[in-house]
Ligand binder design. Structure first.
Ligand SMILES: *[C@@H]1O[C@H](CO)[C@@H](O)[C@H](O)[C@H]1NC(C)=O
Ligand SMILES: *[C@@H]1O[C@H](CO)[C@@H](O)[C@H](O)[C@H]1NC(C)=O
Length: 295
């Protein structure tokens, strides 16, 4: 009897080990599948999480002083808001940590992604030159991150990370604000409505293509808000009452061109996927009916 029981006991024990082995390899695989995707953020003040704290610029392009941060972080992080930014909320929903600014000195690990955005930045290097991190420089910073990821993780894992990551953009508004501040009628010229808007969209499109070449596949964008209705714009134009309609028209031209360009990219680039949020409508709706949205 004892001889019979012993092997049975052994069998049960090895079954347990075997099951434990499956469980642990399953949970490993489960963990791999559940690994959060990385989140890379590009653009302007709508997205900056503090990059401009680390560049030599004017306080106009910084948000590292009170009351910025007042209602959430209780410290001025460099986000141009009292609370969290849209990428902060997305990170939260995606169960990612807060995505830090690329220039924050203690940031060396990019497996969850990183934020390249800069207050005041446009797509064009001519937009607030020397005071912001323009989109092309944001792209060169991304090259450095991409190289570091390949060195650290090896090519295969880096490729997986880059191709499953989400790349989010909010940029373009400053390409129109900067010249508007110099000449509040600049947008009336046909050159601005045609060549200039094409140049802004063309520069953004080139950056997207460069990131795609490195393996990026999943992109997200926000279009421009009704920029003629922003208080600063109305104040500069000194128009009483209404919005600067002509300026908002430029945003509409930009938004149509953006949407067309993204559709082209999707049909020309294999596996290119994107989502375009109609910020023009959602922002306009919120500023026209603030109380409906708790403001
Ligand atoms: C928030 O910051 C203010 C000013 O720095 C400080 O007086 C206050 O105690 C802080 N509140 C919390 C909840 O940390
Ligand atoms: C401002 O822009 C308008 C429209 O392009 C132009 O006609 C005008 O000459 C400009 N004014 C100045 C001072 O440059």
């Amino acid at each position: 009897m004892e001889r019979a029981i012993f092997p049975e006991y052994l069998w049960a024990f090895s079954t347990l080990l075997f099951l434990a082995g499956i469980a642990s390899s399953c949970s490993d695989r489960y963990w791999l599948l559940q690994k959060p995707v990385a989140f890379f953020i590009f653009g302007d003040s709508i997205f900056d999480a503090g990059n401009n704290n680390y560049i030599n610029t004017s306080p106009r392009f910084q948000a590292n002083y009170w009351p910025y941060g007042e209602s959430f972080f209780n410290t001025s992080t460099g986000r141009a808001t009292n609370g969290r930014t849209i990428p902060d909320f997305i990170s939260d929903y995606a169960k990612l940590p807060l995505i830090p600014p690329y220039l924050q000195p203690d940031i060396h690990d990019y497996v969850y992604g990183v934020n390249f955005a800069s207050i005041g930045a446009g797509t064009l290097v001519e937009t607030h030159p020397g005071l912001v991190i323009d989109l092309k420089t944001q792209l060169s910073n991304f090259y450095k991150v991409e190289k570091q990821l390949r060195d650290k993780l090896g090519c295969e894992e880096a490729n997986t990370l880059l191709s499953t990551a989400v790349y989010l953009f909010s940029v373009g508004g400053n390409d129109y604000f900067a010249p508007f501040q110099k000449n509040t009628s600049f947008f009336e010229s046909e050159y601005i409505q045609k060549e200039y808007t094409s140049m802004v969209i063309g520069t953004l499109t080139n950056v997207i293509q460069e990131i795609y070449k490195l393996g990026a596949r999943k992109f997200g964008f926000m279009n421009l808000t009704p920029i003629g209705c922003l208080p600063l714009v109305k104040a500069l134009k000194r128009e009483t009452g209404g919005c600067v309609q002509g300026f908002t028209e430029v945003a509409k031209i930009h938004n149509r061109a953006l949407s067309e360009s993204l559709q082209k990219l999707e049909s020309n680039l294999q596996d290119f996927k994107y989502s375009l949020h109609d910020f023009f409508t959602s922002f306009g709706e919120r500023s026209e009916n603030p109380s409906k949205y708790g403001n």
